[in-house]
Design a protein around this ligand. Structure first.
Ligand SMILES: [Fe+2]
Length: 362
């Protein structure tokens, strides 16, 4: 049974303009409606513009996970031997749990892993990495690039702990982080081939479009050419290049990277890809122990911030140290923080806590 008062009670909640407008429509005085309509449109426009401005100004965060290899080290057990503190996987879990649990507070838009995800490309190690990273599923989008330790493992007989990595590009990565799974996410852009070894992802924040291009360790010429095509065909995207080995600890791009796999060191990545594209504004890397940064000018006059972070030599293989970058579109600033979620501590020295200039406002 209908409520006889429903019409009047609903109308009493309407905005005054709407009630007035309805009355006039009912009364048939159409000429009187135009001023009211104009007021409604104006109010709507102001509300929409305010909403757009608030949306545009909202800061957002990108989290950076440097080399996690020591947290997954269950084959040669180098980490357990060095720190005598057993299995360190808890620090990897702490990193991704922290990102997941702070997604809303920091408005975390994306997380990137700088490679050397595992120590020796061993299925048991990949299971740890998968367990850690999938804590983010459905909450924080992410992508990973491959490091030397993620491929081409070969045991050597010099000592119990000695082995070689990146003897070739064979990896178990795709079994645990398959392209087919990530292709279903809205941030997925594409890959170089049918594997997930080289990929690009995208997201939008504050009305700006961003792209992450994740490249293999010592990317081959054909991979750099593919990345260049992707960047060039998306000129409206602001691009971060993610690759494991690029800068050294003295803030120079690496001119040689060693290892048996053939490909390009940092300086060649700069020459063949990064410097050529106006929309690339950042390169992120790990591999070399420590922190470093270098800002260079690309061929189009654009500043490119190149940042190294790798804490694997610190206590307990890094003990969960990570980076996060807070983008402030209205201030054209990126605040870079180095944080340890396990210890709830920040590193405040200039190499760890700094701001970058980056034009985001119109
Ligand atoms: Fe490495």
């Amino acid at each position: 049974m209908s409520n006889p008062d429903s019409t009047s009670s609903t109308r009493s909640c309407w905005p005054r303009f709407a009630t007035e407008l309805t009355d006039r429509v009912v009364a048939g005085s159409l000429a009187d409606m135009f001023p009211i309509l104009r007021r409604c449109l104006l109010v709507g426009l102001v509300v929409w513009l305010l909403g757009q401005q608030l949306h545009a100004a909202k800061p957002f965060t990108i989290v950076v996970l440097p080399d996690t290899q020591c947290y997954c080290d269950t084959r040669v057990k180098y980490a357990a031997h060095k720190w005598k503190n057993g299995d360190l996987r808890r620090y990897f879990f702490k990193q991704t749990e922290w990102a997941r649990d702070n997604q809303e507070r920091l408005n975390i838009a994306f997380l990137v892993h700088e490679g050397d995800i595992v120590q020796t490309d061993y299925p048991e190690e990949w299971k740890i990495a998968k367990e850690a990273m999938t804590k983010l599923d459905g909450k924080v989008p992410y992508c990973l690039c491959l490091g030397n330790h993620d491929m081409g493992f070969r045991k050597t007989d010099q000592s119990k702990l000695s082995y070689k990595s990146a003897e070739n590009r064979k990896t178990h990565f795709n079994r645990y982080f398959p392209r087919s799974k990530y292709a279903k996410t809205k941030e997925f852009g594409g890959t170089f081939d049918e594997s997930h070894d080289n990929s690009w992802y995208h997201f939008e924040q504050a009305g700006l479009k961003f792209m992450i291009v994740a490249l293999e360790f010592k990317p081959r010429d054909e991979v750099l050419a593919w990345a260049g095509d992707v960047v060039k065909t998306h000129p409206e995207h602001r691009v971060i290049v993610l690759t494991h080995s690029y800068l050294d600890s003295k803030s120079k791009r690496r001119t040689r990277s060693g290892y048996a796999v053939k490909g390009n060191p940092g300086e060649q990545i700069w020459q063949k890809l990064v410097r050529k594209h106006e929309n690339i504004f950042m390169v992120l890397c790990g591999h070399v122990i420590g922190e470093a940064r270098l800002t260079s000018t690309g061929d189009h006059g654009n500043a490119v911030h190149q940042l190294l972070s790798d804490y694997q030599a610190m206590n307990n293989g890094g003990e969960s140290w990570l980076r996060y970058m807070v983008f402030h579109p209205d201030r054209d600033k990126i605040e870079v923080f180095t944080y340890n979620p396990a210890l709830d501590k920040f590193r405040d020295q200039p190499s760890s806590r700094f701001d970058l200039d980056y034009r985001m406002s119109k």
